[in-house]
Design a protein. Structure first.
Length: 132
């Protein structure tokens, strides 16, 4: 049995709803796309985009997808004709995610903090890290 069960759809939607209401959420990481920065089972705190302002390259962001929220690093910000396009990728993924357009509700969280150990909060590492 997988000890890192994924939450039911209603819980996934609740997290996205809370972020749009300006509230922080706390979730447990699943998968290895952000390994080694975020390990499966790690506690993640996600702050709404409105709290942190526009995300910058190198920042870890939360993106709303059909399967729920995913947490990946923002690898590029492209500004073309006044529109901002964001490209994210999991640290251990070979390819980038699909492009996100600024103002699109797909980008839910801009301040992702990784708990040092799985379990109760004891300390956090800020996800606003310079790329490179």
């Amino acid at each position: 049995m997988n000890k890192y069960r994924k939450p039911p759809p209603s819980i996934k939607n609740l997290g996205a709803t809370l972020l749009t209401e300006g509230k922080n959420i706390r979730i447990k990481a699943h998968g290895y796309s952000m390994y080694p920065a975020i390990k499966p089972g790690s506690l993640i705190i996600i702050e709404p985009i409105t709290t942190k302002g526009k995300p910058v390259e190198g920042e870890i962001i939360a993106i709303k997808r059909e399967q729920g929220l995913i947490v990946h690093r923002l690898s590029r910000v492209i500004i073309k004709d006044g529109t901002r396009y964001y490209i994210a990728r999991g640290d251990s993924n070979a390819y980038a995610d699909n492009c996100i357009i600024s103002g699109n509700s797909a980008m839910m969280g801009g301040g992702v903090h990784n708990g040092i150990l799985p379990g109760p909060l004891s300390g956090h590492i800020s996800a606003r890290i310079n790329a490179g």
